[in-house]
Design a protein. Structure first.
Ligand code: PGA
Length: 250
């Protein structure tokens, strides 16, 4: 069966020193967990220090973004190979904040997914509808287009190993979680879309996270749903105590 994956997206929080303390505290609370994949995604400036701090632990390291080119004149950007080189295993691609504030599109998400896979990184591709979309009953249309656009040109085998995070924009950082039923319905829709594009085997092995105000008091209900295989967590990942409770959701 699919191994649950709980990932912490620290966004623009924590210096390197603060991040090291956080992962040390986290490791003390979660080092016995072996049936859940744990990933932390600190800012770029903390990655190297945290790679050293988590060496030999069960915690994986993800970046929050990357460029799709291998190198070149792209001031301010970070290449996939650079992330791999400093010990990243994962990378978040197309978070809604990147789409909203930094003009990322399904096309750039697709370019980045291909580049991440080529570099040997495991992408966590984010999709999710805005409140206006949900209110207009357009959730499946919007999320379906993001999934199709993002995954275009990938092989069934590549898709089988992917993680997709379904994050309704209206639930991010708002304290307003999607109900477990609604979250599962969209995750199931994403899985059906993957099945149509790449076949049943890819759909069954791809892991789909829910994200958007996941907290210790709602994680168990979300994780109990059949199509929710994990969580991508912002706010509640910034403290070891709360993040460890999400990792130990059972
Ligand atoms: P949140 O963020 O848990 O603070 O809502 C989730 C995310 O943006 O990944």
């Amino acid at each position: 069966m699919r191994k649950p994956i709980i990932a912490g997206n620290w966004k623009m929080h924590k210096t390197a020193g603060e991040g090291v303390i956080l992962v040390q505290e986290l490791n003390a609370l979660t080092n016995a967990v072996n049936d859940v994949e744990i990933v932390v995604c600190p800012p770029f400036t903390a990655l190297t220090a945290i790679a050293a701090a988590i060496a030999g632990t069960n915690i994986g390291l993800g970046a929050q973004n990357m460029h799709w080119e291998e190198k070149g004149a792209f001031t301010g950007e970070i290449a996939p190979g650079m992330l791999k080189d400093i010990g990243c295993t994962h990378v978040i691609i197309g978070h809604s904040e990147r789409r909203q504030y930094f003009a990322e599109t399904d096309q750039t998400v697709n370019n980045k997914l291909k580049a991440a896979l080529k570099a040997g990184l495991k992408p966590i591709m984010c999709v999710g509808e805005a409140l206006v979309d949900r209110e207009a009953n357009a959730t499946e249309r919007v999320v379906g287009a993001q999934v199709k656009g993002g995954l275009e040109g990938l092989s069934a085998q590549q898709v089988a190993g992917l993680v997709i995070a379904y994050e309704p924009i209206w639930a991010i950082g708002t304290g307003r979680t999607a109900s477990a039923e609604d979250a599962n319905a969209v995750c199931a829709f994403i899985r059906r879309t993957v099945a149509e594009m790449f076949g049943q085997a890819s759909a069954e092995s791809i892991r789909i996270q829910y994200g958007g105000s996941v907290k210790p008091d709602n994680v168990a209900e979300l994780m109990a749903k059949p199509d929710i295989d994990g969580a991508l967590v912002g706010g509640a990942s910034l403290e070891a105590e709360s993040f460890s409770k999400l990792v130990k959701f059972k």
